[in-house]
Design a protein around this ligand. Structure first.
Ligand SMILES: C[S@@+](CC[C@H](N)C(=O)[O-])C[C@H]1O[C@@H](n2cnc3c(N)ncnc32)[C@H](O)[C@@H]1O
Length: 267
């Protein structure tokens, strides 16, 4: 699990992009008006906010193990229909069948035991309710990260560098087949998947590059552990690939995510 201690840095690193992805997941989840919803691994509150906005009359609980994120979310989003609690997705602090739907955005690659997290999500969801998740398509649809790691491995060929790249980019449930199978093995039915696309627009190369040294996750702190010369070489090669020889400019990278949903069988 990454070191999720700095919510403001996380917002620049990934929160600004999960904010674009969340509405697609909420629409795909197809949630009933007035639903009681749980956002597992709520981070800085991105999806909880999207659920409140897009599901009329819903009540939302976000659970998140990182205290700093919970306090940040509470300060940022204040609404009577929403609360954030410190909690572990592997041991969800709610009774069986407490929610109409349980959702997670971008946590499956972080959580140490995804099958257990899914069983927990299923346990706290009522029969007929939905369990929904989404994660980036790390293998084929996350150029923001793959450009970085491809360039790291051009410059730094050590075993440690390959391991760091694999730790970030090779995930246990990489595509719709793996996600569908995880949902089905958890006993969920009517399992469906969908691919979502977002446009990540960066104001400049600097806007892209700066979060890589923010130490907010193992990936973003990797550069800080390299020798200065190596870090500069990676930055220079990436700059050339992305904005070329021209002056710094705005640019876009498309990203894709796999979403999956399934229902708890009715009793
Ligand atoms: C990439 S962030 C995603 C945050 C948020 N859902 C979003 O989309 O912006 C991954 C989140 O998973 C959380 N996480 C890691 N292990 C967890 C666990 N065992 N239970 C619940 N959340 C966990 C992290 O603390 C972090 O907030």
């Amino acid at each position: 699990m990454g070191d999720f201690a700095n919510p403001a840095a996380y917002e620049l690193w990934m929160g600004r992009w999960s904010r674009l992805l969340a509405p697609f997941l909420v629409a795909f989840a197809d949630l009933p008006r007035g639903a009681r919803l749980l956002d597992v691994g709520s981070g800085t509150g991105v999806m909880s906010a999207a659920l409140l906005k897009d599901v009329p009359g819903s009540t939302v609980v976000g659970i998140e193990p990182a205290e700093a994120y919970v306090s940040y979310s509470r300060k940022k989003i204040s609404d009577d229909r929403l609360c954030f609690v410190t909690g572990d997705g592997l041991n969800i602090p709610f009774n069986d069948q407490s929610f109409d739907a349980t959702l997670s955005l971008l946590i499956l690659q972080e959580i140490s035991d995804a099958p257990l997290a899914l069983r927990e999500m299923r346990r706290v969801t009522r029969p007929g309710g939905s369990v929904v998740g989404s994660q980036w398509d790390f293998a084929k649809g996350m150029p923001m990260l793959s450009l970085f790691w491809d360039t790291v491995l051009e410059v730094e060929t050590s075993k440690a560098a390959h391991q760091a790249a694999a730790d970030c980019m090779v995930v246990a449930y990489p595509d719709e087949i793996a996600l569908r199978s995880l949902w089905q093995k958890t006993g969920l039915v009517e399992v469906e998947t969908e691919r979502h696309e977002v446009d990540m627009t960066f104001a400049s190369f600097e806007d892209y590059w700066a979060p890589f040294s923010s130490s907010v996750t193992p990936t973003s702190s990797y550069i800080g552990k390299l020798e200065t010369g190596q870090a500069a070489e990676i930055e220079s090669r990436l700059r050339k690939k992305i904005v070329g020889e021209a002056a710094d400019r705005s640019f876009g990278l498309k990203a894709h995510a796999w979403a999956v949903r399934g229902k708890v069988p009715s009793q």
